[in-house]
Design a protein around this ligand. Structure first.
Ligand code: NMX
Ligand code: MLT
Length: 444
C-alpha cells in the first residue's frame, strides 16, 4: 500500500535524525519555562515534536511546510471540482510530499475499501437517548470501533519498530469510517432516519460525505467539505484535540482510544465547540436587528457580549497573531460562490468591527478571527443548520492530522508523555530565590 511504502522508505533517515538529537544533543536548551507559563496553561512552552504541521504566529498553519493557499493550489483536484482531494492531503500529511493524482486516488481507494462500519456501532449510537450531544455519539462510536484495532490485537506479538504499521492500518480504517458514522449521526439525530449510509467507491471522500448527508446541493457541498476537512486537519501538536490524542497514544493505547480522547477535548466550547457558538452569535445578531445591522449597532452589540462576561466566539487564538488563514480560505470560498448571502455579509461586517472592539477591551492577545468564526456560516448556506453537529464535522477533519501524527509518533518510538508538576509553595520558593526581598531603606 502506497502510504506504507513511502513511510517505510523514509524511516531510517528520520530515526537516525531523532537518535542523533536524543543521544548527542540531549542537554541543549530549547526553551526556559516561566511561572507565567506554568500557571497559564503552558502557553508557548516549546516541548512537543512534530513534522506534520507548524503554526507560525504571524502567518498561520503550514502542512508539511505548505501554506493553505499552496495546499489548495498544488494538491490534485477532485473530478469536476476546484478543491483538492482529501486523500491527497492525507498523503501529504503522512508522506511529506505532494502526491500525483494517482497517489491521491490510491488513498481514496484505500478509504473506499475500508469504509464499512459494523452494525453494532450503529446500534450503539441508536441506543443512546435522543437528546445526546452528537459529539458524545461520535466519540462513543469511535470507541466502539476499538475492538477491531489491529494495533491492540498484534500488540503482544509485534516488535516496537513495526508498531507504526499496525497504527497505519488502524488509522486508515478509522478515517475511512468517520464520514459514514458522522453522516449516520446527522440523519438519525435530526431526521430520525435509521439507515446505514453507503460509501460509494466511485466517489471521493468529500462527495461521499455530501451524498450521505443528503444535502440538496451535493456538488457544491462536496467542494465545501473537501476544503473543510483539509483546513481542519491539523494545527501542530499543542492544540487540545491533537495533544489529547497524542498523550493518550503515547501510552500505546491504540488510535481508537487516542482519537476518542481527542474528540472529547474538541467538544469544549473554547476549542472545537466554538464553531457552534459562532453561528449562534451571528444569528442572534441577525434576529435582533432583523438582518445585517449597521456598523454602530454591531459595535454596541459586541460590547454588550463582552460586558455580560462572555467571549466573542470565533475570535482570538492561543498562538496566532493574525487573521487565521483557515478563516480567510473559507471567506474566499463564500465570496466566490455566494457573496450575497446575508450571514456571509454579516460575518464580513463582524470581521470589520470585532477586532476593533477586542483591541479596545485590551485583553485578547489576538483580536482577529479564527477558523470557527465563519465555518458554521458556510454550513448554514448549504442547509446544514443543526449547530450542535458542527463539531462532529471538525472531528472528521481533525482525525486526518492527529492520526498522521499518531502513526509517526509510533514510527519514531516517541515515549510516554509525563511532564513534571510542582506545588504552589514550590513556585513561591522559586520566586523568593529569584527575587529576594529588598531590605527596607534605612533612615539617613
Ligand atoms: N472574546 C473575549 N475575550 C477574549 C477573547 C474573545 N474572543 N479571546 C480572548 N479573550 C480574553 C481571554 O478570555 C482572556 O481573558 P482573562 O484574562 O480574563 O482570562 C484574555 O483575553 C487573554 O486571552 P488570550 O491569551 O488572548 O487567549 P488564550 O490563549 O487564553 O485563549 C482562545 C485562546 C481561543 C480560547 C480565546 O481567544 C477564546 O476564548 N476565544 C473565543 C472562543 C473561540 O473562538 N475558540 C475557538 C478556538 C479555535 N479552535 O478552533 O479551537
Ligand atoms: C485548532 O485548530 O486546534 C485551533 O485553532 C486551536 C489551537 O490551535 O490551539
Amino acid at each position: 500500500m502506497i502510504l506504507h511504502e513511502k513511510i517505510s522508505a523514509q524511516l531510517p533517515a528520520w530515526r537516525d535524525r531523532i537518535r542523533t538529537l536524543a543521544k548527542e544533543h540531549a542537554d541543549v536548551v530549547v526553551d526556559t519555562v516561566t511561572i507565567g507559563e506554568v500557571v497559564g496553561g503552558m502557553r508557548d512552552t516549546k516541548s512537543l515534536l512534530t513534522d506534520i504541521s507548524y503554526v507560525d504566529p504571524g502567518e498561520g498553519i503550514r502542512f508539511r511546510g505548505m501554506s493553505i493557499p499552496e495546499v489548495l493550489k498544488k494538491l490534485p483536484k477532485a473530478r469536476g471540482g476546484k478543491m483538492p482531494l482529501v486523500g491527497g492531503l492525507y498523503y501529504l500529511l503522512m508522506v511529506g510530499e505532494v502526491p500525483t493524482k494517482e497517489q491521491a486516488m490510491e488513498v481514496e481507494a484505500e478509504w473506499a475499501k475500508r469504509a464499512d462500519v459494523p452494525d453494532y456501532v450503529f446500534k450503539t449510537i441508536k441506543t443512546m437517548p435522543k437528546e445526546t450531544h452528537p459529539m458524545t455519539l461520535f466519540s462513543q462510536a469511535v470507541l466502539a470501533l476499538q475492538n477491531g484495532s489491529v494495533f491492540a490485537e498484534r500488540y503482544h506479538s509485534m516488535k516496537r519498530d513495526i508498531y507504526w504499521e499496525a497504527a497505519l492500518e488502524d488509522s486508515l480504517n478509522l478515517t475511512a469510517k468517520l464520514p459514514v458514522i458522522a453522516a449516520y449521526i446527522y440523519r438519525l439525530k435530526y431526521f430520525g432516519e435509521n439507515k446505514k449510509p453507503r460509501y460509494n467507491p466511485r466517489q471521493d471522500y468529500g462527495l461521499n460525505f455530501a451524498r450521505m448527508t443528503k444535502v440538496s446541493d451535493k456538488k457544491g457541498y462536496a467542494e465545501l467539505m473537501r476544503l473543510y476537512f483539509i483546513i481542519h486537519s491539523d494545527h501542530e501538536s499543542g492544540n487540545a484535540s491533537a495533544h489529547a490524542t497524542h498523550l493518550t497514544g503515547s501510552t500505546l493505547s491504540d488510535v481508537y482510544y487516542a482519537f476518542s480522547a481527542g474528540l472529547n477535548a474538541l467538544a469544549g466550547p473554547l476549542h472545537g465547540l466554538a464553531n457552534q457558538e459562532c453561528l449562534g452569535w451571528l444569528i442572534e445578531v441577525k434576529n435582533k436587528f432583523g438582518g445585517v445591522p449597521t456598523r454602530d449597532e454591531l459595535y454596541k452589540f459586541s460590547w454588550d457580549t463582552l460586558n455580560s462576561g462572555h467571549v466573542i466566539p470565533g475570535y482570538g487564538h492561543a498562538v496566532l497573531r493574525v487573521p487565521d488563514p483557515r478563516y480567510m480560505a473559507q471567506l474566499e470560498f463564500a465570496k466566490k460562490r455566494f457573496p450575497e448571502d446575508e450571514l456571509v455579509r454579516l460575518a464580513e461586517l463582524v470581521f470589520d468591527v470585532v477586532p476593533q472592539v477586542l483591541k479596545e477591551q485590551g485583553k485578547a492577545k489576538n483580536p482577529a478571527p479564527n477558523v470557527d468564526a465563519i465555518s458554521g456560516t458556510l454550513q448554514h448556506y448549504y442547509g446544514v443548520r443543526e449547530f450542535d453537529f458542527y463539531t462532529v464535522l471538525f472531528g472528521v477533519g481533525r482525525a486526518l492530522g492527529v492520526t498522521a501524527n499518531y502513526v509517526w509518533a509510533r514510527a519514531l518510538g516517541q515515549p510516554i508523555e509525563r511532564p513534571k508538576s510542582l506545588t504552589t509553595k514550590m513556585l513561591e520558593d522559586v520566586v523568593a530565590q529569584a527575587e529576594p526581598e529588598q531590605p527596607a531603606p534605612q533612615p539617613a
